[in-house]
Design a protein around this ligand. Structure first.
Ligand code: KG4
Ligand code: ZN
Length: 467
């Protein structure tokens, strides 16, 4: 990927953006939908019951959610009032990656409409004609001078809706693409100023960690270990307590999702690559087990070729990762196979789909083994009671299964570690995870009264790390 493609690409799935750009609602289990009404006489502004509007624009998904949160740190529980994700994948597809300025333009075009839709869906849109004063309009126009479409949409919103019963606005401030992050931050600032609602900046990776809280039945036990695997990150993070982080290992080159995307591109697979590779690997795995289970029919099945790729740094003394050598091994193997087909080495020749499946399987196996071995070692060293798996790559079923097996094994041997993984829909970027993180942060800080920021101090930080 060239330097313009600096972030991971979201998963294309049925719940994502159709061409006509309608925001997509995630499907949730019935019990969540059952609670989609806003309770009357709610106590707002306390951790007992607060409504959070969250905005996520760090990469190529424009996302807005509204949740009602209760339970504090002991038993955080969330009712989803609205959850919208508008993916830009179709826009970026033609370039094979995400252009920051195009991402910014798309966020600016769509964010205002998403905020209004979310308020309507949550039943919090207060229909009321208001007129902004000239000086208010001037201020909004100045604050959003770089996001003209967002400016128009928010002015329309303020002129048609009164202040909604939202207690807190949460915005992603980094890491991610700075031009894209600024759109969400600026929207949060303007909403906060006009409606007088506090705003809280949230780290995107803290959001991914918090994404597991939607369905968590038991309290999270500490110390926890988080394995964060996305398009831009591969990190093992020790979490001794809520909101306390120590990065104990990270990739020295490519992130896991980035390696999936690059390998997919080498095989001529459509963008984005992670889900494509995982689908091919899945088919190869199925074929392999069919053949093993049904020896008689063996001849009818296409055999899976055995490729074996390296597991870089798997036994290194630290917890760092490296995926660029693995990616290069796949590249060399592809070249070799193409050369065997007597074609131009880097030419447009297509490998047979069965070969692609076998390559995808071998690549995925190498990634999984590396992640599992290192994580297992870290769980033992840090005596982690909880393993949190988060980031877009956790949409990968084989990875989810491998970590389930790991924690099952541990339970069987008496050293149990609770595994928390986000639902499939919450694996890739979304705004719910930002609301969850904000609630945890607000709950933890509410005793100190220091939980929100001065809106003017919030700054986009493209490379910020968890700390
Ligand atoms: O967390 P995310 O949505 O965005 C970033 O913050 O990076 O992660 C996107 C990454 C992409 O690299 C994408 O290819 C990868 O997650 N991904 C997958 C799968 N679904 C998404 N990788 C492997 N298998 C999948 N099923
Ligand atoms: Zn992400």
């Amino acid at each position: 990927m060239s330097c313009i493609f600096v972030c991971g690409i979201g998963l294309v799935a049925e719940w994502m953006l159709p061409k006509h750009q309608t925001p997509v609602r995630f499907r949730y289990p019935a019990h969540v939908f059952d609670r989609l009404s806003v309770p009357k006489n709610a106590t707002v502004g306390s951790t007992n019951n607060m409504k959070i509007l969250s905005i996520e624009t760090s990469c190529d998904e424009t996302a807005v959610s509204i949740v009602e949160a209760t339970g504090g740190l002991e038993k955080p529980a969330f009712t989803v009032l609205s959850n919208l994700v508008l993916s830009q994948i179709k826009t970026h597809e033609q370039y094979g990656g995400v252009f920051p300025n195009i991402a910014k333009r798309e966020h600016s075009k769509n964010l205002g409409r998403l905020i209004e839709t979310a308020l309507q869906e949550a039943g919090l849109f207060v229909e009321q004609k208001n007129s902004l004063t000239e000086s208010q309009k001037e201020k909004i126009t100045a604050d959003l001078s770089r996001e003209p479409e967002l400016c128009t949409a928010l002015i329309e919103l303020f002129e048609s809706s009164g202040k909604p019963a939202i207690d807190l606005i949460a915005v992603t401030f980094g890491p991610g693409l700075e031009p894209a992050l600024w759109v969400g931050i600026n929207a949060g600032k303007v909403l906060s100023e006009v409606w007088g609602i506090p705003v809280m900046p949230i780290n995107h990776m803290e959001g991914h960690i918090s994404s597991v809280l939607l369905d968590t039945k038991k309290p999270v036990e500490f110390p926890a270990l988080a394995l964060l695997i996305s398009g831009g990150h591969t990190e093992l993070v020790l979490v001794p307590d809520w909101l306390s982080y120590k990065i104990i290992g990270q990739t020295r080159d490519d992130a896991v999702g980035e390696a999936f995307d690059k390998v997919a591109r080498m095989m001529g697979l459509p963008y984005p690559g992670g889900p494509q590779i995982s689908a091919l690997a899945h088919e190869a795995r199925e074929a392999q087990s069919d053949i093993q289970n049904d020896a008689e029919k063996k001849s009818e099945k296409k055999p899976v070729q055995n490729f074996n790729f390296p597991r870089p740094m798997i036994h290194s003394a630290d917890y760092d990762f490296s995926f660029s050598g693995l990616k290069t091994s796949v590249l060399y193997k592809i070249r070799e196979l193409k050369a065997l087909q007597d074609a131009h080495v880097d030419g447009g020749i297509e490998l047979p789909v069965e070969t692609k499946k076998s390559l995808a399987l071998a690549f995925e196996d190498a990634v999984i083994e590396t992640l599992v071995v290192k994580t297992k070692k870290a769980i033992a060293e840090y005596k982690s009671k909880t393993l949190i798996l988060a980031g877009g790559v956790t949409a990968n079923k084989a990875i989810r299964k491998a970590f389930q097996n790991l924690t099952d094994e541990q339970t069987a041997s008496g050293a149990s570690t609770q595994l928390l993984i986000p639902t499939h829909e919450l694996s890739t970027d979304n705004a719910l995870m930002i609301a969850f993180a904000a609630y945890v942060r607000f709950s933890k800080n509410s005793t100190t009264g220091n939980s929100t920021a001065d809106v003017h101090e919030i700054v986009a930080q493209g490379n910020v790390q968890l700390s």
